[in-house]
Design a protein. Sequence first.
Length: 398
Amino acid sequence: MSLAHGVSYLAIPGPSVTPERVLRAMHRTSPNIYEGALPAMMPALVASLKAVARTEHNVTIYITNGHGAWEAALTNTLSRGDRILVPATGRFSHGWAEIARVLGVEVDIMDFGKRDPIDMAALTERLKTDDRGYKAVLAVHTDTSTSLRTDIPAVRAAIDAAGHPALLMVDCMASLGCDRFEMDAWGVDVMLAGSQKGLMTPPGLAFVWFNDKADRARDTANCVTWAWDWRPRAFPKIFSNYFGGTAPTLHLHGLREALDMIEEEGLENVWSRHASLARAVWAAAEHWGTEGTLELNVRQRELRGHSVTAFRAGSERATALRRWCEDKAGLTLGIGLGMTEPDDPAWHHFFRLGHMGHVSAQMILGALATMEAGMKAVGLPHAPGGVVKAAEVIAAEA
Ligand SMILES: *Cc1c(COP(=O)(O)O)cnc(C)c1O
């Protein structure tokens, strides 16, 4: 028997759950793209996008996904033959690095593996003795494959301690609107994110924020192409400059509604909600792991992102658990990503829970209870009672 009929929860780490309010805002025919309400809403939309990133600098909106934003950030700042440094904390660091390589940029990777943070002293040392002339350091805030969160102010401090002029470019695809991020205060030069994770809007839009130092790099960057050029988009003379063509009409309405929701709740409260829900997930998982082989991928709490949690089942039952949760109970967990190759039997050891954006305590408690039921049903060894630990966190923090 399946008990999955009713409201389901897509708990993969992006795309995230789209709120009804956002869907309703998008449910209309396209408006005039030359005059009227849509062009008029842009200045306030741009202001809200800057506010959610805690920056007074510039932002561009692209009709693309995160991969496109990766390329946009690189093309506006780099030239072929330039060298960059990537301290890697998971699959997404390597993905961004690969896009740079295809552009003709030379990439040096410092690989910190799949569970461990960047060694900031080693990063400073590498930059101090830099004989490669690195133009940029690429960091991923929360790596969605490992759920490891990088201390971005510490990366800034490591670059500054070396007295190095490289741009600091940060991927906040999985963390913006979930974990605290303050672009200007943290000294981030370029930051990127997409619509479909913490910003609660369907996939299709991505954004690059950049400061004036990064914009000066744009003067000489020869990787820049017409479609990714951030100049006309961030400083438009006419409405169509924002998008280099037809505007993504319905997405803009959805995004407006999502940013309104964030502003109504308050960004600090949005961050606190994600932190509390993440602590509930960790409390359950840490308890389950006191028997059997289940464990969280990131061992130290302060290194865990608040929007996604990567699990190691320690057995091939992880895939069975995912399927059970989806088929029997309407909860879709994320596959493990970047831990191993799909043809490796260990592929079935990993899974992830997305808790980003439009998520509440009842959704998380429901998801955790469903996971506990699933572990029992598929025979994934664990200590029963993790849900009680999560409930205690919610009771104490709400
Ligand atoms: C989702 C994600 C991406 C890629 O985004 P796409 O929209 O799938 O191209 C890049 N970086 C991080 C950290 C992500 O979570």
